[in-house]
Design a protein around this ligand. Structure first.
Ligand code: GLC
Length: 576
């Protein structure tokens, strides 16, 4: 029988009435924080409707404390038609009714803080939902109206205006312009959307747009959030002439990406963040191949950190990973910002799947159905990658479910898929639903404790609600319940790693020193007698001299005879 999820009796669920832990008083907490990404729809369902919610998260705060995280980043939890999983916000000051209410979010922020866990919210400034009152007002007000100036409305090109104003490319594939219909039924102006048509781009030259977002920041900082993750942060400012993208783009010269003016926005946001007590951080989603342009976002009066996506996109090869680590540390040094380490998120193929493929690099454009995957190999490497990334200097992001070693779900029924990336690719790209499947908590059968079965039974004997995306039947082995007491599980590995990371001062802020090693090995010291070694060779390697193996992602070969060697695709943490 499933273990009831919401039973308040069990320890893991009880929120201890403790005082705020010292770590929340540390102004530099963000430089080495472990940040757990909650995709709220799929984390835990508190009311039995098959969709994750705030009540579910509150009931699992004990789990997050035991995991050892410093902060939670919530993907958008606001009112939204969910055309893009909530990245289409219709009201920033309201919680989506399926997730709960504002008062509950406030309670969650408070309760988490009592456990020493900060909350980071997601702000999506490039676009809003087409159902947002501003966009609805703009459609109603018609061409030439002040309401339309908050967006990018434009007459079409060509003699009848029936061609798009330009040919900018969408991150979601497909067109970036959609034509409107006038009140009298005739074809009207076009509007810009760098993502789906349900996500019209805002005009950041408009003072209302700036003011509104500054108010939204204050609204949430007033409610105690510790930071803001900034969606699509490099895209906000556009060249008002809306020119085509030139063949050769000079730095700062792209008409819709990384324009120099975008930095003014973050300077003003930083001033707002700094006006609050405690350190409220700005974390940018900045996809930027040019390292210097990337680092510009991290200047001392702009964002605190930005996602380092380079590491995550690299294949499982020592040379590639070492080069990525080196270059990321180098990029961050001049602006004195810590790097972030990210193995995945709600947009990316799960690590155990990715690392189990012949091509273990990640690129959106390469995602295909039916790619052969060796999950055993992928899991082994993902364990090694977890320890490698947790040993690096900077802040660490963990996407929910990676600590359980969940694989990408690649065989979702077509009718269940929701991601616009899938549909806009004409079904070629599997999309991102496969990494968003609800978490398995306990029991032998779906919903694996994700929804509380006892509530649905009480509500009239109906069958328990099915999760909004179906879970594979064979996920019993991945539940928290199954892993919690299995010393060899991914969950126990993560818990042990985060405990050691917290206990050892040398693993907080700072640098690293590379150790001489053979080419397929990544070995470095963090000082204070701590060494991390990752073996990407195809045979076991002899470990550097050490006093103690603190943690290892796989059993040492020949251990416990004393001369243990590190198996392929493994990481060991050593005290030397
Ligand atoms: C970011 C989000 C992604 C979303 C997109 C548009 O890349 O991570 O999930 O679809 O922005 O808002």
């Amino acid at each position: 029988m499933d273990v009831p999820v919401l039973a308040p009796e069990t320890d893991a669920m009880r929120v201890a009435p403790s005082s705020v832990t010292p770590s929340t008083a540390d102004p530099l907490w963000w430089r080495s924080a472990v940040i757990y990404q909650v995709y709220i729809r799929s984390f835990a369902d508190g009311n039995g409707d098959g969709t994750g919610d705030l009540a579910g998260v509150r009931s699992r705060l004990g789990y997050l404390r035991d995991l050892g995280v410093d902060a939670l980043w919530f993907t958008p939890w606001y009112a939204s038609p969910l055309a893009d999983g909530g990245y289409d916000v219709s009201d920033y000051r309201a919680i989506h009714p399926a997730f709960g209410e504002l008062a509950e979010a406030e309670a969650l922020i408070r309760e988490a803080l009592e456990l020493g866990i900060r909350t980071i919210i997601d702000v999506v400034p490039n676009h809003i939902s087409d159902q947002h009152e501003w966009f609805q007002a703009a459609l109603a007000a018609g061409p030439g109206s002040p309401e339309r100036e908050r967006f990018w409305f434009h007459p079409g090109a060509g003699p009848n205006g029936d061609e798009m104003p330009n040919h900018w490319v969408s991150n979601f594939q497909g067109d970036t312009w959609t034509r409107t219909t006038n009140a009298d039924g005739t074809p009207g102006e076009w509007y810009l959307h760098l993502f789906a048509p349900e996500q019209p781009d805002l005009n950041w030259n408009h003072p209302d747009v700036r003011r509104e977002h500054e108010d939204v920041l204050r609204f949430w900082f007033d409610r105690g959030v510790g930071g803001v993750r900034i969606d699509s942060a490099a895209l906000l400012v556009k060249d008002p002439a809306l020119p085509e993208v030139p063949e050769l783009v000079e730095a700062g010269g792209h008409p819709n990406t990384d324009r120099d003016d975008v930095h003014d926005i973050y300077r003003s946001w930083r001033a707002i963040a700094d006006s609050y007590p405690g350190t409220r951080v700005l974390v940018g989603e900045v996809w930027m191949p040019d390292p210097v342009r990337f680092a510009n976002y991290l200047r001392p009066d702009e964002m605190h950190t930005a996602f380092n996506f380079d590491f995550m996109t690299r294949p499982w090869r020592a040379f590639e990973l070492r080069e990525s680590i080196e270059s990321m540390l180098e990029v961050h040094a001049p602006v004195n910002a810590p790097s972030t380490w990210v193995l995945s998120n709600h947009d990316i193929t799960r690590p155990v799947t990715r690392y189990g493929r012949v091509d273990s690099a990640f690129a959106f454009a390469n995602k295909r159905f039916g790619t052969p995957t060796d999950l055993e190999l992928g899991t082994r490497r993902a364990r090694a990658a977890a320890l490698l990334s947790a040993a690096l200097p900077g802040s660490l992001y963990i996407y929910q479910g990676d600590e359980l070693g969940l694989p990408e779900v690649e065989d979702l029924p077509d009718g269940a898929r929701q991601d616009p990336m899938h549909f806009r690719s004409q079904g070629v790209d599997p999309g991102r639903d496969g990494c968003r499947v609800p978490l398995p908590w306990s029991g032998q059968h779906p919903p694996f404790g994700f929804s509380p079965p006892e509530l649905t039974w009480k509500a009239g004997g109906a069958a328990p609600a099915q999760p909004w995306l179906p879970q594979p039947q064979d996920w019993a082995k991945y539940t928290v319940e199954a892993q919690e007491h299995d010393a060899g599980s991914m969950l126990c590995l993560y818990r042990a790693a985060l405990r050691i990371r917290r206990e050892l001062d040398v693993l907080s802020d700072g640098g690293l020193e590379w150790l001489a090693s053979e080419p397929d090995v990544i070995a470095f010291s963090r000082g204070g007698g701590f060494v991390s070694v990752t073996n990407l060779a195809d045979r076991p390697i002899v470990l550097p001299e050490h006093h103690e193996v603190l943690l290892s992602s796989s059993e040492l070969v020949d251990a416990p005879s004393g001369d243990g060697r590190l198996a392929p695709d493994s990481t060991a943490w050593l005290r030397t």
